[in-house]
Design a protein around this ligand. Structure first.
Ligand SMILES: NC(=O)C1=CN([C@@H]2O[C@H](COP(=O)(O)OP(=O)(O)OC[C@H]3O[C@@H](n4cnc5c(N)ncnc54)[C@H](OP(=O)(O)O)[C@@H]3O)[C@@H](O)[C@H]2O)C=CC1
Ligand SMILES: O=C1OC[C@@H](O)[C@H](O)[C@H]1O
Length: 358
């Protein structure tokens, strides 16, 4: 079906940085599988120049002005724009709580980038506000919506293709050249929630939950957690976390680094009958599944898609909102709070304290 025949959903985007730009560009990719006609009606940015640059990057030069968003140099104007159904928050972590609360107070639905907030107390505040106002809120854990992930869950938990799941190793490492970044950069600044755990550590935690447990939110089991972090100037540059599910006899070793380039094969799951590995350009961007079952020929499945693939998540969110749901069954609010609690515990063990914790 042509996208303009689908029910519309009108997005207000906050921020013109890396993720907002790619998320917005992905919304505009025309796809036969789309669940909604995604329209970007408003953009909140600190400056008119950045807003204009965003429009040039995201919209093809042939786009008529009528389909381009209004640029607001005050984020507050996005919340009150009657032509916005849902606000997408693509700003540094430390702003997520206040921007979620402001959008919710204005009656808008919200898709907020990961990590949901800085700590579990903040997450609980946002969840309470969303429930009181009756709006839809989801943490943008986009990787959970990739078709590869849906297949992996089926292979591991329904088909039990590698038998009993026993062990997982997962790594997300990016060389962010931390030494050369200014102290004010969001990776380094403790006031912006700097460090590896909240930025990239969330993904190994997500894979561990998908593979070792398979459930989310109130249905998930809580693992025993042991962590050590390499902390420099108050924020973690390297993380090592062990997640143990003693009742299920499963264990995971998770690593994250902001100063090393990781391998393409970022996830390895070992079971009693075989091994599954997942590869991709980053731990957030899975592209290939390799299945090795004892006594069978190795199978490799490649997943190709246009753009980054933020539309898998955006389509699911639009469907939820258009059908009147108040939260996602894939990333329910209880799952975001649970993850923030696990990260609070990892930071407690590793010695990272944010001003928001005091
Ligand atoms: N799902 C995913 O794959 C990804 C998610 N993320 C998440 O998205 C969020 C943003 O990350 P990213 O896009 O890389 O960040 P960037 O630094 O590239 O962009 C953040 C944007 O937020 C706005 N902003 C508002 N206040 C500040 C401030 N004090 N310092 C810096 N920027 C500010 C700016 O937009 P303006 O000036 O226009 O207002 C800026 O461009 C993070 O929480 C991160 O975890 C990030 C990358 C990928
Ligand atoms: O997928 C990602 O890759 C780069 C990180 O800085 C970002 O926050 C993360 O979501």
């Amino acid at each position: 079906m042509a996208s303009n025949q689908l029910p519309p959903i009108r997005w207000g985007i906050l921020g013109t940085g890396w993720v907002s730009t790619r998320f917005a560009a992905d919304l505009l990719i025309s796809r036969s599988s789309a669940t909604a006609h995604h329209k970007i009606t408003a953009l909140g940015t600190s400056s008119q120049e950045k807003g204009a640059g965003f429009l040039t990057t995201v919209f093809p030069s042939s786009s008529p002005d009528s389909i381009k968003p209004k640029i607001y140099t005050n984020y507050g104007d996005v919340y009150i724009d009657p032509e916005v159904d849902i606000v997408y928050i693509g700003t540094p972590h430390s702003y997520h709580k206040e921007q979620c609360l402001a959008a919710i107070a204005a009656g808008k639905h919200v898709l907020c980038e990961k990590p949901f907030t800085i700590n579990a107390a903040e997450a609980e505040e946002v969840v309470a506000a969303a429930k009181a106002k009756g709006v839809y809120v989801m943490e943008a854990v986009w990787t959970r919506f990739f078709p590869l992930v849906l297949d992996l869950k089926r292979l591991l938990h329904s088909e039990k293709i590698i038998g009993d799941i026993q062990r997982l190793t997962c790594d997300f490492s990016l060389d962010k050249e931390m030494e050369t970044l200014p102290a004010s950069h969001r990776y380094k600044d403790i006031n912006l929630g700097g460090g590896a755990l909240l930025d990239i550590g969330v993904y190994p935690l997500m894979w561990s939950s998908i593979v070792l447990d398979g459930k989310v939110g109130t249905e998930a089991s809580n693992p025993e957690v042991k962590a050590t972090l390499l902390v420099i100037d108050g924020v973690d540059h390297e993380d090592v976390v062990v997640m143990k599910y003693p009742a299920m006899r499963r264990i995971g070793i998770l690593t994250g680094s902001l100063r090393a380039k990781g391998r393409e094969e970022f996830l390895r799951v070992e079971g009693s009958k075989g091994v599954i590995t997942v590869s991709g350009p980053a731990c957030s961007l899975p592209r290939t599944l390799k299945i090795q079952v004892e006594g069978e020929e190795e199978k490799v499945i490649a997943y190709d898609h246009e753009g980054y693939g933020f539309y898998f998540e955006a389509d699911a969110v639009a469907k939820d909102v258009l059908e009147g749901r108040k939260e996602s069954s894939v990333v329910p609010l209880a799952e975001s709070v649970r993850m923030m609690k696990i990260m609070d515990e990892i930071r407690r063990q590793g010695g990272v304290v944010y001003p928001q914790d005091e």
